[in-house]
Write a protein that binds this ligand. Sequence first.
Ligand code: ACO
Length: 424
Amino acid sequence: MRDNRTGQEYDVPIVDGTIKAADVGKIRTDEENPGLAVYDPGFVNTASCRSSVTYIDGEKGILEYRGYPIEQLAEHSNFLEVAYLLVHGHLPSKAEYDAWEHEITYHTFVHENVKGFMEGFRYDAHPMGILMASVGALSTFYPESRNISDADNRHMQIVRMIAKMPTLGAWAFRNAQGKPYVYPDNELSYTENFLAMLFKMSEKKFEADERLVKALDVLFILHADHEQNCSTNAVRSVGSSQVDPYSAVAAGIGALYGPLHGGANEAVLRMLRRIGSKENIPAFIEGVKNGNERLMGFGHRVYKNFDPRATIIKKACDDVFEVTGVNPLLEIAKELEKIALEDEYFVKRKLYPNVDFYSGLIYEAFQFPPEMFTVLFAIGRTPGWLAQWLELVQDKEQKIARPKQIYTGDRGLDFVPAAERWKQ
Ligand code: ACO
């Protein structure tokens, strides 16, 4: 690298397609001035860690967890096994899977005091706010979780969090509905149990249609990790202070809550409703092309040819609608997709349906209100957050997250006491 201020040249090693920011920092005009830094709002081109959890190739539309393609995991695995894979880095043996399933199943209950404070939220409290607060509060129930250097202790908290997330999510939902909370049923599978805690009323045993259970399980798998996205970065950033994992994951839930991250599928539903019928699609597309509208559920920062998760979700739609009846918005969505994929504007900009284009339709078929969509995302993403957190706390190269800034404010002003400033 040549510093064009001084003409001096520096040999900066390129490793794994990156240069070290610390090496760039050695480039300086003189000892008085700080070294060169990189300005990268939103970390668009900055690698913050080495990770072996998730691989994405946006150009080719590849998503792999620990090296396994998402398509194979969605078809042949289940969410708990994928959670094991993400957290442990390998697929479980029969004995490992049984132990994992047993542990997760038997930690689904939460302390009664958790229920008590959840009941304290207002009737119209957003379930994502309740989830964030409750997960953060779990750190006070398990103060030993602060001991993040102990492997057994870390494992215990990971199990607890994956196990309790559906309980908290379902209770947040029941809170909004004014319905009594349903306790976990340890005889049910992870996803079935979640559905039971959401929808069970007076029946003795809740029985969900297998196709619905499978579809929701697949949706959890598809959302389980997505490398260094906004919420994962939040988990890692907060976790880098060596706080307990509940506090770190609560930060991730906060990040996911935002409309630019977890909220797009809700926007897709609003858009489809606004379009209203197939005849209105051409006018809507014209609006998008004129820059007056945005085709929600299309385009992705990383995927530039297709989002592999969208293809899987589209298939899951058919299974769900077989049980629930077709959502009339599906027809509009399919036609919209067809027209957009043939249109020069979208083709040129490499805009394809993303994971959110169809997921909202499925969630609606389950009768989830839109506020619950992000909660479902959070439940699915929990093993990913924890796998990334685990990697972080064991990574010797990691330090407390502390980016630099380019200071643009005043310097060296003289403070004038209020009594003098406010004198007429
Ligand atoms: N509809 C219409 N035009 C679009 C869309 C869209 N959905 N997405 C991108 N474009 C256009 C942009 O206007 C821009 O056009 P220009 O070159 O003429 O200015 C071009 O395509 C490139 O777009 P960028 O905004 O630069 O792409 P970026 O990578 O920054 O944005 C994003 C990606 C935010 C996902 C964007 O495509 C978008 O807003 N999509 C709709 C919202 C959405 O579905 N979000 C969910 C993402 S998946 C997830 O988070 C789980």
